[in-house]
Design a protein around this ligand. Structure first.
Ligand code: ADP
Length: 639
């Protein structure tokens, strides 16, 4: 390609002469008469050389040269001084021009200077290209090393195949250091020997049977000192190695401060020594191998724990299910699957409502925010009864456990049947006792004492009859015999109950406050039982409140729920007794045993409330009084 020379000179006859001279020796020329022109040509035409006349920029010539060389460091510049000035000469030479010519300026001298400047520039160019080639090759080598290391890194984090990872590590060690063979030796703590866990270019049988004592061996030394070793033939000939080698590198495999093995490469045939860079590469690979081994150990340990845990879970009698924070099933044992009649694989990684339609079980999941645990009874299709417990565990999710209580339920059922039968059978003889007691007075005269005895027989039989009636009632309600439901106004039932009960509070000189909200929505229920509920609760309030004190009855609506509230100023219920007062035959510890009552009233009330899908609870303070709350859902009105 013809070289282009930029002539940055004043207009003068010499210019045409110079142009011709350059053309004659095979160059093309382009001319610029000012600084802007020079810059334009530099950008557009990339001339091979600049011939700059000092008159073009006068004193600023050297500044222009410096600016141009900053931008085009390899541009050869031949400077033509149009006058003799030592000052200019010094400055121009300092600014980095390739050649400097002073007057008298001769065309052939100028052409000579240009040619030799171009030749020098070409040599510099060649040298630079050579350098760049070398640097690029070494950069490429580094990049491919990095790529190998990256791939191993990905291997370590991305796979659990330890054999594969270690094999790749040793292979990479051999390839990156251009070694002949490589091995990864691990310490067998029992025998204090090193064995070959992975190898490259070793014969399989040799690798399998390879054993190296830690004492007095190079690998053992690396294991004990934790320092890498790089040795060549000269240093090696006195030292015992397992096999004859020309050069080798051993680096320790460390987990924290503990050395667990050695990664090594060696050359048996060629004598090319290893470099410090090779040690660096092998060290990085050794770190990867150590991480992979530690990961595999941790994984194995956690797997062992998990399988132990799973064995315990699947062999335990309680049903168990674990959910994560999103409510997705993470673990379920056989007992749970069996109880819910599902396969574990259908449940795992799904939410419960996706798989289970059992209402009792789903109700368990509807836990109030302020509660940590929720209980429910679950009746399964195969007629078993489970007591289920749902517990929220922060940062884990939740756990559901269930115990089979079918046998307890069965026992309870037998007991209830027994009580029911006995109560029933007792009624007729009791009626006879009562009848004969009444007849006694009629068949002949009785004295005062006999009369008193007859009265006592009467009250005792009445007490037993009340107890039996309560028991029979409870039996009926619990068995769900009175399923009759109708739409009714709770308000009228309450008023009816009050009309009968008011007399009791009057007899005790109590103040009875009644507050019934107007226009309450209807509810769906059993009128007889609801009346019984009011009788019991208001009756208790009157019974357990001293004379002259106040009893308040309230009925109002909250949202879609009707709230019944009965408060008294009685002696209250001790804190410890409160959880039990709804149980059968339970009477609080502050009640005298001679106080009338059977201890069955509240359990009848609770069963009635629950049969109406309601809730009942008590708030009470000893010496101040008690308030019983009943919440019943109002009947849904359809549009
Ligand atoms: P009882 O026949 O003994 O009244 P209940 O089942 O109706 O049986 O009540 C159980 C126990 O709860 C009572 O024995 C009493 O100790 C306590 N109790 C119930 N209502 C009240 C109340 N309003 N004030 C104080 N204690 C009460």
């Amino acid at each position: 390609m013809t070289k282009l020379i930029l002539l940055a000179l004043d207009k003068s006859p010499t210019l045409a002469l110079l142009s011709r001279a350059f053309h004659a020796v095979g160059y093309k020329t382009v001319i610029a008469h000012n600084k802007a022109g020079v810059e334009k040509v530099m950008q557009e035409s990339h001339p091979a050389l600049l011939l700059l006349g000092s008159s073009l920029q006068k004193k600023k010539s050297t500044e222009l040269i410096e600016a141009l060389l900053k931008q085009y460091p390899t541009l050869p510049i031949v400077f033509l001084a149009t006058e003799n000035s030592p000052e200019l000469t010094r400055k121009a030479l300092r600014s980095g021009v390739s050649a400097y010519l002073e007057p008298p300026l001769k065309t052939d001298e100028i052409v000579d200077a240009v040619q030799s400047s171009l030749k020098r520039a070409r040599r510099i160019g060649d040298w630079m290209r050579q350098e760049i080639k070398g640097t690029t090759a070494s950069l490429e080598k580094r990049i491919s090393e990095m790529e190998v290391l990256l791939a191993i890194g990905r291997d370590v984090t991305g796979t659990l195949d330890l054999d594969g990872v270690l094999k790749n590590v040793v292979e990479a060690a051999v390839n990156l250091t251009h070694a002949e063979e490589g091995s990864l030796l691990l310490l067998d703590e029992k025998s204090d020997e090193l064995y070959m866990r992975a190898s490259h270019n070793f014969e399989d049988g040799f690798a399998r049977s390879f054993r190296l004592p830690v004492n007095d061996t190079l690998a053992g030394q690396v294991l004990e000192t934790g320092e890498a070793l790089i040795l060549s033939k000269e240093a090696l000939h006195k030292i015992q190695t397992a096999y004859l080698v020309q050069s080798l590198i051993y680096v320790p495999l460390k987990i924290g401060e503990r050395v667990i093995g050695v990664l090594g490469v060696d050359n048996r045939q060629h004598r090319l020594p290893f470099t410090e860079r090779d040690v660096l590469l092998i060290s990085i690979l050794a770190d990867y191998a150590a991480v992979a081994i530690e990961n595999a150990r941790l994984y194995q340990a956690s797997e062992n724990e998990r399988s132990k845990f799973e064995a315990v879970l699947s062999n335990m009698n309680d049903a168990l299910l674990i959910l994560d924070e999103q409510g997705i099933v993470q673990l379920v044992n056989d007992t749970m699957c069996n109880a819910l009649a599902v396969e574990a694989r259908d449940l795992l990684n799904k939410t419960i409502p996706e798989v289970i339609s059992q209402r009792d079980f789903l109700a368990l999941l509807e836990l109030d925010d302020d509660k940590k645990t929720q209980y429910n009874e679950i009746n399964t299709e195969d007629q078993r009864v489970f007591r289920a417990q749902y517990t929220n565990i922060q940062k884990v999710g939740a756990v559901i456990t269930m115990q089979d209580i079918s046998h307890l339920k069965e026992l309870n059922h037998l007991k209830d049947n027994f009580v029911h039968t006995v109560s029933h059978d007792l009624r007729s003889p009791l009626t006879a006792v009562l009848g004969y007691a009444e007849l006694l007075e009629r068949v002949g005269p009785v004295n005062k004492q006999q009369k008193e005895f007859i009265r006592r027989i009467h009250t005792s039989v009445e007490d037993i009859t009340e107890l039996i009636n309560d028991l029979l009632d409870l039996g009926k309600i619990e068995a769900g015999f009175d399923i009759h439901r109708e739409t009714l106004q709770l308000e009228s039932i309450l008023r009816y109950a009050l009309s009968n009960i008011e007399i009791q509070s009057k007899n005790r000189n109590q103040i009875l406050d009644i507050d019934i909200a107007p226009n309450l929505p209807p509810i769906c229920g059993n009128a007889v039982r609801l009346r019984q509920m009011f009788d019991n609760l208001i009756g208790n309030a009157i019974k357990y409140t001293p004379e002259g004190k106040r009893v308040s009855v309230e009925l109002h609506l909250e949202g879609t729920q009707i709230i019944f509230k009965v408060s008294d100023q009685g002696h209250g219920i001790p804190q410890d007794d409160q959880p039990h007062i709804f149980e059968k035959f339970y009477r609080a510890s502050n009640i005298s045993s001679s106080a009338p009552g059977t201890g069955l009233g509240l359990s009848i009330v609770k069963t009635i409330v629950e049969n109406h899908n309601g809730r009942i609870w008590v708030e009470s303070k000893v010496g101040e009084g008690s308030t019983f709350f009943v919440v019943l859902p109002s009947k849904k009105t359809h549009k």
